[in-house]
Design a protein around this ligand. Structure first.
Ligand code: AMP
Ligand code: GLY
Length: 431
């Protein structure tokens, strides 16, 4: 079989790496790929990003199955485009992808279907937004409505920060958010202001075929740039799987209270959901999960540790998922812990520097992989070319051992200005 993975980040490198291990694979293509997929002899990069051009290429190449990594092509309707030409693709349609691409859509959806989430209001008018913050007080959370690569959220501990966030997001679109069009078709900057939730976060990711759901192994991301969860929010600085906060009981509640009502709600609303569905959960002390956000894709960097733990053949799973047969699938997981540490560029997340030469990259091992994200292969060298550059991912018997092993590997790698957290996994280590 010929399989295409759409995207060029660490998540796509990990998905392509895993798919290429299947016995059924003839070739795995990655569009556009990165410096890591370019180095891997089992993967072939395809320098096409435009959705229509990619579909045409995939048809000519007789691609049997396409798996989409990032949100942007999903929000642009890549699944609709491929399906319109009878091509097998795993992901949500453009309409279903609104669960992620529009916070206003997903909040209204959750409200309508009784899915637990923070209380919220939506604003386009800065004066009204400021007045609402004065009324509610801090802590409070301000979110840009649109795709902002994980950087459109400000968790304001003071009202001053919240007011600043409103000005930043509503005036001049300084985040470069891809805003959603309003009723008249023009894009308007819009913010969601919501109640601050307390608890511990977990990433709860499932596969859906429109009707059936299979949960992947649980994981936890580290969204803040700096150790001890300080500094600005990022796309994610490291992750591990499993997440101990998701006990069997929390797992059952997440399925019953969040995932199943979402799948049923989408079906009822006439937008059946297919693809990866990622619920970012906040779990309080009583074990009650509330939905912080939906993503219509796998997490990055959560995918990297999850793929290392997956023992089942991902191609078989994807085939079942694209033929409404997920009820026949039971996933098998490595019992060990997987942990990934993101190595980011100088200036990430606001203004990442590009073009630094990366040295000391180790050989791929089944229990120690360096998945690439913002890298480019050039004249036999690997250069940094994005904010999150690498994700050093390992398997080990405990979180502590995995942490130790990942940092040993990271120490051997170098690029100027590199920054990474030194405490990935800390919540799962009992002192
Ligand atoms: P989001 O992109 O909506 O997941 O938000 C990014 C991060 O901001 C989350 O992973 C949380 O750490 C934090 N966050 C978002 N919403 C809330 C909330 N209502 N209460 C507390 N923290 C939040
Ligand atoms: N790691 C969080 C995300 O992929 O959105």
């Amino acid at each position: 079989m010929k399989v295409l993975v759409v995207g060029g980040g660490g998540r796509e490198h990990a998905l392509a790496w895993k798919l290429s291990q299947s016995q059924r694979i003839q070739k795995v293509f990655v569009a556009p790929g990165n410096g890591g997929t370019a180095r891997d002899p089992n993967l072939v990069d395809v320098p096409i990003s435009d959705v229509k051009a990619l579909r045409q290429w995939a048809q000519q190449e007789k691609i049997d199955l396409t798996v989409v990594g990032p949100e942007a092509p999903l929000a642009a309707g890549i699944v609709d485009e491929f399906r319109a030409h009878a091509m097998k693709i795993f992901g949500p349609t453009k309409a279903a992808a609104q669960l992620e691409s529009s916070k206003a859509f997903s909040k209204a959806f959750m409200h309508r279907h009784g899915i637990p989430t923070a209380l919220y209001e939506t604003f386009t008018d800065a004066a009204l937004a400021h007045a609402y913050i004065d009324k509610m007080g801090a802590p409070i959370v301000v979110k840009a409505d649109g795709l902002a690569a994980g950087k459109g959220v400000v968790v304001a501990m003071t009202a001053i920060e919240a007011h600043e966030a409103i000005d930043f997001m509503l005036q001049g679109n300084q985040l470069g958010v891809v805003h959603n069009a309003g009723a008249d078709g023009t894009a308007v900057p819009r913010v969601v202001i919501e109640e601050f939730l307390q608890g511990e976060e977990a990433s709860f990711i499932v596969l859906c075929d429109g009707k059936n759901v299979v949960a992947l192994a649980t994981s936890q991301d580290h969204k803040r740039l700096l150790d001890h969860d300080e500094g600005p929010n990022t796309g994610g600085m490291g992750a591990y799987s499993p997440a101990p906060v998701v006990t069997a009981q929390v797992h059952a509640r997440a399925m019953r209270e969040v995932i199943m009502p979402t799948i049923k709600g989408m079906e009822k609303d006439g937008i059946p959901y297919t693809g990866f569905l990622y619920a970012g959960l906040m779990i309080d002390e009583q074990g009650q999960p509330k939905t912080l956000e939906f993503n219509c894709r796998m997490g990055d960097p959560e995918t990297q540790p999850i793929m290392m733990r997956l023992k089942s053949d991902l191609v078989e799973v994807m085939l079942a998922a694209t033929s409404e047969k997920l009820d026949t699938v039971e996933l098998e997981w490595d019992r060990r812990v997987a942990l990934g540490v993101v190595m980011a560029a100088a200036g990430y997340p606001m203004n990442p520097r590009k073009g630094d030469v990366i040295t000391g990259l180790p050989k791929d091992e089944m229990d120690a992989m360096v998945f690439h994200a913002g890298t480019t292969a050039k004249e036999g060298q690997t250069h940094s070319s994005g904010g999150r550059v690498l994700c050093v991912t390992v398997l080990a018997d405990s979180v502590k051992q995995a942490q130790h092993k990942a940092y040993e590997v990271a120490k051997g790698i170098h690029f100027d200005g590199q920054q990474y957290r030194k405490d990935i996994g800390f919540r799962a280590i009992k002192s």
